[in-house]
Write a protein that binds this ligand. Structure first.
Ligand SMILES: Cc1cc2nc3c(=O)[nH]c(=O)nc-3n(C[C@H](O)[C@H](O)[C@H](O)COP(=O)(O)OP(=O)(O)OC[C@H]3O[C@@H](n4cnc5c(N)ncnc54)[C@H](O)[C@@H]3O)c2cc1C
Length: 332
């Protein structure tokens, strides 16, 4: 059995170095520790560093627990202080409003542990583990099944919630079970059937439950060189077809079958169209990139513009895949 850390011991507090922000700290930010833990909770924390778009205002309160206990204390703290909870993974599918997010933002990125079990071929991982690292780790062990996921820059939790997918595979195909924390503090283990998976969607979306851990079924016993080569191929393909050099959230819109959103946007003549610092990518029209200095409102206005133009030309309303957090207003 290959284990990095058992869940519940993810945060060894003796080694604990709070990852506090530097570039985005503001003067009025304040740090306290969650009651009974060494887990820092900050106020007025800019979220732009915690989203792949590199935009967004402040979290009224922000915490990134290193273990399950601190996560549970965070939820208690929110309850006691009447704070709404918003969950963040790696922030790679999010557009956070320039006005920020009221209440308590809980980032799960520091919940780390992974366990490759050769007897079952199952990989059990904490919610904060980055998906690309898992793909490389599995490949290096000669475990097949995660090659497709190498280009998805999110966490396990975000991928389970979003039913992330690529190259005709998705999380639902390989998930054995997900461990989920309910608002009342109880841990429940759910099967893919119970999560109601459909294309880039699950019943965990918009809900109050927090994914803490997931178990995936992989296929051990392959040649690590070959699995790594396939993983590299997937990465290479994505780098050549998607704009990774500017901040983005990946695909902005869901594909309205039988079309792809990218094709519809391209055929509407919107490739390269720019509003403020936000641009419809030249390389892939379903990406909106931050060309530098974009505000969340630029990206939001461009999303609306694309939706309106595509609606007018094709009578199809593109549904966003990106999750928008906080307040947005058309034209702001
Ligand atoms: C360059 C690029 C390429 C991308 N390519 C793909 C792709 O090929 N396929 C694909 O599917 N996606 C892709 N994405 C989008 C994104 O990476 C995925 O949706 C990913 O699964 C999001 O994970 P995250 O940890 O960043 O979640 P976040 O963006 O932080 O959150 C997404 C949603 O999940 C919720 N959430 C996150 N973690 C938890 C948790 N532990 N418990 C409960 N709720 C939680 C959030 O509240 C939010 O509603 C891409 C993004 C980028 C920037």
């Amino acid at each position: 059995m290959i284990t990095s850390q058992g869940f519940g011991k993810i945060c060894e507090f003796s080694n604990f170095t709070p990852q506090l922000q530097t570039e985005n700290d503001v003067d009025n930010s304040k740090l306290i520790y969650l009651p009974g833990t060494n887990c820092p909770l900050k106020t007025h924390t800019s979220l732009s560093a915690f989203t792949s778009y590199r935009v967004g205002g402040e979290a009224e309160h922000y915490v990134s627990p290193y273990d399950l206990e601190a996560l549970q204390v965070s939820i208690e703290y929110a309850k006691e202080n009447n704070l709404a909870i918003t969950v963040l993974g790696a922030g790679s599918n999010l557009l956070v409003s320039d006005r920020g997010i009221p209440g308590l933002v809980i980032a799960t990125r520091h919940l780390r542990s992974k366990n490759f079990n050769p007897a079952t071929g199952q990989l059990t991982v904490s919610a904060g583990e980055p998906i690309p690292t898992l793909a490389w780790d599995a490949a290096a062990l000669g475990w097949e099944g995660l090659e497709w996921a190498v280009g998805i820059p999110g966490t396990v939790g975000g991928a389970v919630v979003m039913n992330a997918g690529a190259h005709s595979s998705c999380i639902a195909d390989m998930l054995v079970s997900a461990q989920v924390l309910s608002p009342d503090g109880t841990l429940v283990t759910l099967t893919p059937e119970e999560l109601g998976y459909t294309y880039r969607s699950s019943q965990l979306q918009g809900g109050k439950r927090i994914v803490t851990q997931a178990t995936f079924q992989l296929q051990p016993g392959a040649d690590p060189v070959q699995v790594t080569a396939r993983t590299k191929e997937h990465k290479k393909h994505r780098l050549s077809t998607q704009p990774y050099s500017y901040p983005s959230c990946g695909s902005v819109f869901r594909n309205p079958k039988p079309y792809t959103a990218g094709w519809l946007i391209e055929q509407t003549g919107l490739k390269g169209y720019q509003l403020g610092g936000a641009q419809v990518a030249q390389l892939h029209a379903n990406f909106i990139v931050n060309r530098g200095g974009a505000k969340a409102s630029d990206i939001f206005s461009l999303i609306r513009h694309v939706q309106n133009e595509v609606q007018e030309r094709w009578s199809i309303w593109l549904e966003p895949e990106v999750k928008m957090l906080g307040e947005f207003q058309a034209g702001c």
